[in-house]
Design a protein around this ligand. Structure first.
Ligand SMILES: Cc1cc2nc3c(=O)[nH]c(=O)nc-3n(C[C@H](O)[C@H](O)[C@H](O)COP(=O)(O)OP(=O)(O)OC[C@H]3O[C@@H](n4cnc5c(N)ncnc54)[C@H](O)[C@@H]3O)c2cc1C
Length: 398
């Protein structure tokens, strides 16, 4: 829709062929139905994939400020809300309704004279001399001198992005960086998972690949019966999934008390042990971590649940302090495309120009998640859709 709006505003005659019954269905699910449409402190270096550098370069042409101004212009004022890290940089529509964002984009397409064809799933695109012949599943054909492919990746296929765009591009000789689920939950066979399922707590999560810390994220971790979820886990998931596909050993290490150094934590626990002398061991962690975590943490440290605090040895106390800061889960797999937010992988940057035009066939452009670009949570992926849509739309119209 952003590509169509930009191209139409530049004077092009634009048709949108949408496979599903409604344009922009995925927008409705974004930001838990509130649509985190950009990030006012967006760091362009956080994009990943072979197109990360193109994404960073194009952010200079259409950035978060432009997005906020664009949405304001089409009737969607925005507000900032606290991010997972507590900064007020995640930008939402002021009405906090993703449906309003989708509708305003659609109305703007219509206002600019764009013809919208829902339920027109494109099944082939051929180039015949200087023109493209586009055929839909319904047997309808369109002719145009430019095509912008914005079919998304494979994430959340129920919204329409089923990966069919990759096949359309392949017909022109385009290849693919293997699409993998990103910004999703991770699966662990650890026996801790069923024991901790349902607990949420703030922590620092470290991703460890082949024994080295690859990245860290702070935020609310959610323990589930199958593994780990929550925004810090989502943020680390695409690195984890790539490492797993390369056969590397992947661990998530969770620090439940990141504000203290290990030795200070040990001293704090020692003070608690004295204060709680005759109370049972579980009271040692009262107020420090969610109550439901306590039995598992004590067990890992080798401390029996109902003994008095005074009976806990110094070694066990040290082990407990260590466990609180080094709760480890071996990661075996990730939730699939049905349950993730974006695709990492897609059409490689080496096959498109800086204008997002195909280097295989003139007149074919790409925008959005179909390209090998993905960003973290916090409005980065929609910003990429707006930025690349703006660029492809203006270049195709030109
Ligand atoms: C649950 C969830 C929450 C998210 N929350 C956020 C968030 O808050 N902030 C953020 O920045 N990002 C978020 N994202 C990611 C963001 O929504 C996507 O990165 C973005 O929508 C990608 O835009 P796109 O236009 O490239 O692809 P899509 O939004 O996937 O749109 C592709 C469209 O192409 C259509 N299509 C596919 N194949 C064909 C075909 N062959 N013919 C015709 N039409 C076709 C599809 O039906 C679809 O409508 C979220 C994603 C999910 C799944």
């Amino acid at each position: 829709m952003m590509a169509a709006i930009t191209a139409a505003a530049a004077g092009a005659q634009v048709d949108i062929l949408e496979g599903g019954p409604v344009l922009g269905k995925k927008i409705l699910s974004t930001g838990n139905g509130r649509c985190n449409l950009t990030n006012s402190a967006l760091d362009p270096t956080l994009y990943q994939g072979s197109g990360a550098r193109i994404a960073a370069a194009l952010m200079k042409e259409f950035n978060a400020r432009d997005t906020i101004a664009f949405f304001d212009k089409i009737g969607i004022p925005t507000v900032a809300a606290a991010s997972a890290r507590g900064n007020d940089t995640w930008i939402y529509p002021a009405c906090k309704e993703a449906a309003a964002v989708r509708k305003a984009l659609e109305l703007e397409c219509e206002r600019l004279g764009t013809a919208i064809y829902p339920n027109h799933k494109v099944t082939s695109i051929e180039k015949i001399e200087k023109e493209f012949l586009i055929t839909t599943r319904e047997g309808v054909q369109f002719v145009s001198d430019r095509v912008i492919l914005t079919t998304g990746g494979k994430a959340c296929p129920k919204s329409g992005s089923d990966g069919s765009g990759y096949e359309l591009a392949a017909a022109f000789g385009h290849t693919l960086v293997t699409p993998l689920p990103a910004l999703g939950a991770l699966i662990s066979d650890s026996p801790l998972c069923p024991a901790l399922a349902g607990i949420r707590t703030d922590a620092i999560v470290s991703l460890i690949i082949n024994r080295s810390i690859a990245a860290q994220e702070a935020g609310e971790v959610q323990f589930t019966d199958y593994g780990l979820s929550g925004i810090p886990v989502f943020q680390l998931s695409s690195w984890a999934v790539r490492a797993l596909t390369e056969g590397k050993k992947v661990l998530m290490r969770i620090d439940l008390v990141p504000s203290l150094k290990l030795n200070d934590l040990y001293l704090r626990l020692s003070e608690r042990k004295v204060r709680r002398g005759l109370n049972e061991s579980g009271t040692l962690l009262l107020g420090l971590v969610p109550d439901k975590l306590v039995p598992s943490l004590l067990k890992l440290a080798g401390i029996r649940l109902h003994i008095p605090c005074s009976e806990i040895s110094r070694d066990a106390l040290m082990k407990l302090a260590y466990t609180l800061q080094n709760l480890e889960f071996e990661i075996n797999d990730a939730k699939d495309f049905d349950a993730c937010q974006v695709t990492s992988g897609g059409i490689p940057a080496s096959e498109v120009s800086l204008n997002l035009e195909s280097l295989k066939v003139r007149g074919l452009y790409f925008a959005g998640e179909i390209l090998d670009v993905d960003g973290p949570c916090g409005g980065y992926n929609l910003q990429w859709a707006w930025t690349s849509g703006y660029k492809a739309g203006s270049e195709a119209a030109r």
